[in-house]
Write a protein that binds this ligand. Sequence first.
Ligand code: KG4
Length: 338
Amino acid sequence: MQYILGIESSCDDTSAAVVDQRGVLLSNVIASQKVHENYGGVVPELASRAHQQNIVPVVSEAIRQAGISCGNISAIAFTRGPGLPGSLHVGTSFAKGLALALDVPLVDVNHLHGHVLAHFIKEDENTPVPDFPFLCLLISGGNSQIVLVKSPNDMQILGQTIDDAAGEAFDKCAKVMGLPYPGGPVIDSLAAQGDSSRFKFAKPHIPDLNYSFSGLKTSFLYTLRDALKTDPQFIENNKADLAASLQKTIVDILMDKFAKAVKATAVKTIAISGGVSANSAVRDVVADYARRHHLKAFIPKRVFTTDNAAMIAVAGLYKFLNKEFCDITAPPFSRVHI
Ligand code: KG4
């Protein structure tokens, strides 16, 4: 049996995972960095320092939990980008050093491919995986994209955000409400008790399959600013309704373009991935859309929505099987290219 060790360090989670040659997950260890909570966002310098502290124990634990030893590892897959440069450097350097020491191939993984291929992480040999081609709505803190997935190593971006990502819209609006970082999950739980039709916020009118969330952010900010002039307790008294209305607007924006892309491509299978795919409303609306249009829908387990090395190991496995290796001198890249 061959084993792939995956390493993820693109933002504020240090993670390592092991999959076998069938894509079956043997371990997935994630050390999240609590240090950023006090700052209302990820502080790059603190993130890279925390990665340095975490990387050795996290990788050792992933190998231990997989029940293998270093000598069993066939290749090392690592997130090469996009992400924070300092954070990426820690995972990249560690992966290179270990690959040299173990004399095994190195496989570089695009973090966004990893999110899409999270649907190929198997619990056992019989875990169902999407058929190709499928359409994936990739929504995270840094990206919002509609991706046509033709094969594990062939993806085409059909549309993407021209400004903020969906996760940023959640996080920045939550910050305006005085909620803790990251705001997405907090909005999600507040929204469960709120009336989503109570407030209306601006939706973008931009062409093609692209997204924009900056107008919504401004409209949300202005609504609060105007209401606070007459009622200083406005946010406190309307928290749940604000969260529910914001969440509904974001989901409407996402689904409008995604549905257009499904029609244009005539795919039979759809999927969602990335941190925002943990959102309850996104999951419900996509599952409902698939039911009504007789499509297969792949909704990831919540543990595989946010950053994790299991998805990097699986994405690395497909490149490994294709003999697509990476040179030891390959530097990390911080900007998006798919
Ligand atoms: O994929 P991810 O962990 O990191 C990036 O690669 O960006 O995504 C993080 C984003 C954050 O913006 C966070 O607020 C959002 O995912 N998020 C959610 C939920 N859980 C995480 N947004 C809405 N609802 C959630 N339940």
